[in-house]
Ligand binder design. Sequence first.
Ligand code: 5GP
Length: 206
Amino acid sequence: MDYPGNLFVVAAPSGAGKSSLCKALLELDSRLQPSVSHTTRPPRGQEKHGREYFFVSQQEFDAMVAADAFVEWAHVHANRYGTSKKAIEDRMAMGADVILEIDFQGAIQIKNVFANAICIFILPPSWEELRSRLERRGEDSPEIIDMRMKNAQVEVAQVGKFDFVIINELFDRALFDLKAIVHSQRLKISAQRRARAETFQALNIL
Ligand code: 5GP
């Protein structure tokens, strides 16, 4: 599938800083739009249906899978999460750049559908730092932290399937790197040809 906009996919083990980096990038970059995923997990805290996620029942999720409504979906930490075709195609067809914050299994599926998608993996600087970030976050029991650390080993082993990797040691540096990836992608000839087709035509460049 080919759209005028760019599709960025960001994956990382939990605790590596993916959400904070994506949030900061979205605040700085008005050309980027987030995609809202569907999930079977219940809302947490102040989360609102349609804002953080579309919260759906197992049956609703099954019906969407059967209707082929997802570009990708995966089991993550005992729940199901999916990116609906609608969540990204409408925005991309209008030329917007879309950013997906999803797990590594979804990122790999996206690459199979959108060959032009830019897949970015965020790594922690060390296992010790990842564990201490999960502990400092104070959201999970020690057992869950152990499970996240075990999952993280499986996730980072997939880094070779991604286009870019950012090591999130210092937040500002990692954000700078993320902005640089987005900016350089927009300047690629293939992206410029899609986004600025009329300029290329006016200049008689095939
Ligand atoms: P949380 O429940 O903490 O919001 O998200 C748990 C994990 O699911 C995170 O790694 C998040 O990026 C991932 N995730 C969120 N939405 C999607 C999605 O649409 N597809 C996939 N494959 N993973 C998702």
